[in-house]
Design a protein around this ligand. Structure first.
Ligand SMILES: *[C@@H]1O[C@H](CO)[C@@H](O)[C@H](O)[C@H]1NC(C)=O
Ligand SMILES: *[C@@H]1O[C@H](CO)[C@@H](O)[C@H](O)[C@H]1NC(C)=O
Ligand SMILES: *[C@@H]1O[C@H](CO)[C@@H](O)[C@H](O)[C@H]1NC(C)=O
Length: 324
């Protein structure tokens, strides 16, 4: 151990009881998909494992410069209402079991790299009346700006005042998998940039009872969506805005209005998508022969589309045996 890390360990350890834990279930798992490129996304792998139960400890460890695996044990209430905990590079923030997470707030990642956010429930900034449109208070669950190598996996994101996931300003090499994204207005947005850079893998997520942005990608270089299940969506499903290129494979859309939409300069290629009771636009091939091939970048496994409505809800969201 270098002197600096001994010092920071002492400083960080001082006011709290940090369990001297050597390992935890799935805490060192690395990302697949686009987040596995560009050096990979390992989060706090190789660093200390710390456990937090209070907001001030979560804030302090998330802001540390050393790599850390931060276990969130229980539901931590963010203050003030809507506060987004800033997270610095080389962190894994992982919920302990199926009932841990953050309420009335979320996470903010700005100009950082190599961060994993897994197995957390994040909810509760929607006030039930005033901020459904997200105009009053930018209260996201996970907001990422100008960052690389981010993996958002196995979270339950619901009922927030703005976006559940906002990936903004050239954020690149991201994988968003196995999340349960539900009961919300503006679910998942990508863009807020004129550059066409972002490469994002979106797989095995359950989008349920949301309105718009499932996701909406603006100027995404490559968006690879597969094994996702969309159910009861009132606004629209996948949207290729700006110069976005979307490869949409083995997806199941049920009771979704406008399931797949390309804007005037968007491109879409689809491969085995199933629709059940879906009205509105289904843009299955918009300059599809010019869309990228995901297999040129990484290996992945497509599900049987008929298994998606059973398997994806079951496997998405926080799990009892992770982080423990
Ligand atoms: C983007 O992040 C990099 C670090 O990765 C930083 O050097 C740069 O200043 C950031 N740019 C903006 C506009 O925040
Ligand atoms: C569908 O989603 C809306 C919210 O957009 C919700 O009010 C409604 O209860 C949901 N219906 C079902 C059958 O889940
Ligand atoms: C996919 O796996 C095969 C067999 O292991 C390997 O030859 C190939 O290079 C892999 N493709 C990518 C893009 O990693």
């Amino acid at each position: 151990m270098r002197v600096a890390s001994v010092l920071s360990a002492l400083l960080l350890a001082a006011p709290t009881v940090v369990t001297a834990q050597q390992s935890c279930a799935e805490c060192e798992v690395e990302a697949h998909g686009f987040a596995s490129l560009n050096g990979g996304t390992t989060g706090g792998k190789g660093g200390r494992i710390v456990t937090v139960k209070k907001l001030d400890d979560l804030i302090r460890f998330a802001a540390a410069t050393e790599p850390l695996i931060i276990r969130v044990d229980g539901m931590i209430k963010a203050k003030p209402f809507g506060f987004e905990v800033p997270v610095k590079s080389h962190k894994t923030i992982i919920g302990v079991g199926s009932k841990s997470g953050v309420e009335t707030g979320g996470f903010n990642i700005n100009s950082q790299t190599n961060i994993i956010i897994r197995n957390l429930k994040i909810h509760g900034t929607y006030d039930g009346k005033n901020n459904w449109a997200g105009k009053e208070g930018d209260y996201d669950a996970i907001q990422v700006d100008n960052s690389t190598n981010i993996w958002i996996d196995g979270n339950h994101l619901t009922g927030m005042g703005d976006g559940l996931i906002d990936l903004r300003r050239d954020t690149d090499y991201v994988t968003v998998s196995k999340n349960r994204i539900e009961k919300h207005n503006k679910a998942f947005g990508i863009g807020w940039t004129t550059n066409v850079i972002s490469k994002i893998t979106i797989n095995d997520n359950f989008f349920h009872s949301t309105n718009v942005r499932n996701p909406s990608g603006d100027n995404m270089k490559y968006g690879h969506l597969y094994n996702n299940y969309y159910r009861n969506i009132t606004g629209y499903g996948n949207y290729a805005r700006g110069k976005s290129q979307l490869l949409i494979e083995t997806s199941y859309f049920e009771d979704v209005f406008d399931p797949i939409v390309a804007g005037p300069n968007g491109r879409i290629k689809t491969n085995w998508v199933k629709f059940k009771r879906c009205d509105g636009e289904k843009h299955l091939d918009v300059q599809g022969d010019t869309v990228f091939r995901a297999a040129d970048f990484y290996n992945y496994t497509l599900a049987d589309p008929y298994d998606i409505p059973i398997d994806v809800p079951y496997n998405s969201g926080p799990k009892e045996d992770i982080g423990v």
